[in-house]
Ligand binder design. Structure first.
Ligand SMILES: [Zn+2]
Length: 294
């Protein structure tokens, strides 16, 4: 019987994750969201061939009917950023309904969760508890319109908090950062982040229940070395991923994550993922691990 576990979750968001900092403009100009379409077809075909069911944490607004999209709950700068994003970004940067069709059309049924409705940071001091509650309620409606589960939450940028509200919104599990990483809301500098990434040991999944009854799931190894990464960074990152996978083959429970758009953004990542998925399938077929979502 397999003892190790590989979990993979996807932060499924098109341009929403960078709506506030304006990075979507450069990404869009580089064709990343356009090229995401064929890249996702390739990736999901691979998942289907290997019969992997992963968890897709969906930004609700991305799959919502454009006529029904509602951001009247947002306040302050984030409300203005989203207004600008919706007014100026291309459809392929905002709307992911066609991407969801690709995933829903797979032979291997996938697992779903939410990444909030508007990619709202739970650390944003301009929002109130009512805003977080409303954003999760809208996320739930958006998922449920497609019959998608909405009991698992991946906090945008791992800025976690307001567990009582999250639990009251019907969420049972939240993804937390690995237990041995710097506080994500502290904006650790590049050097500190790089040091942490390469020096800290792989942190297997750790789950605990908080006083609200919510399961806090501490985990995650990022599968992307980034566009700006030179060959050394790429090598070190790939080495880290191999090390994490070896832990799983030795019985650990390891959670990996990726943004689907990274596949069309980072040179070489698509091929790397093909090999990575094949390696996981080989371990599974040898009975060393099981493969699942978050
Ligand atoms: Zn995100």
């Amino acid at each position: 019987m397999a003892t190790g576990k590989v979990r993979i979750s996807l932060d499924f968001e098109c341009g929403w994750g960078v709506a506030a900092d304006g990075q979507w403009r450069a990404n869009q100009a580089a064709g990343i969201y356009r090229d995401l379409r064929p890249a996702l077809k390739h990736f999901t075909k691979q998942l289907d061939d290997l019969e992997f069911a992963l968890t897709w944490a969906v930004v609700g607004a991305m799959i919502d009917d454009p006529e029904k999209r509602d951001f009247s709950h947002l306040r302050g700068q984030y409300a203005r950023d989203i207004g600008e994003f919706l007014a100026e970004a291309d459809e392929a940067t905002i709307d992911g309904r066609d991407l969801l069709d690709t995933i829903s059309g797979m032979r291997t049924p996938q697992l779903f969760g939410t990444h909030t409705y508007s990619h709202l940071l739970f650390s944003d001091p301009e929002q109130g508890v009512d805003v977080f509650a409303k954003d999760l309620a809208r996320a739930k409606e958006a998922n449920e319109a497609f019959g998608l589960d909405c009991t698992r939450l991946v906090f945008p940028r791992n800025h976690f908090g307001h567990f009582d509200i999250v639990r009251a919104a019907g969420i049972t599990h939240v993804r937390m950062p690995p237990r041995n990483t710097p506080d994500p809301t502290n904006r650790p500098g590049r050097i500190r982040r790089a040091w942490s990434l390469y020096s800290r040991p792989v942190s297997p999944v750790w789950e605990e229940e908080d006083s609200s009854g919510l399961t806090l799931h501490y985990a995650s190894e990022f599968l992307n070395w980034g566009v700006s990464g030179g060959s050394l960074k790429r090598y070190m990152h790939q080495h880290r991923i191999s090390r994490a996978l070896a832990h799983a083959a030795n019985g650990a429970d390891v959670h990996f994550w990726l943004h689907p758009f990274n596949l069309s953004q980072t040179p070489g990542l698509k091929d790397f993922m093909d090999d990575f998925l094949r390696q996981i399938a080989e371990y599974r077929d040898r009975g060393l691990i099981s493969v699942t979502g978050f």
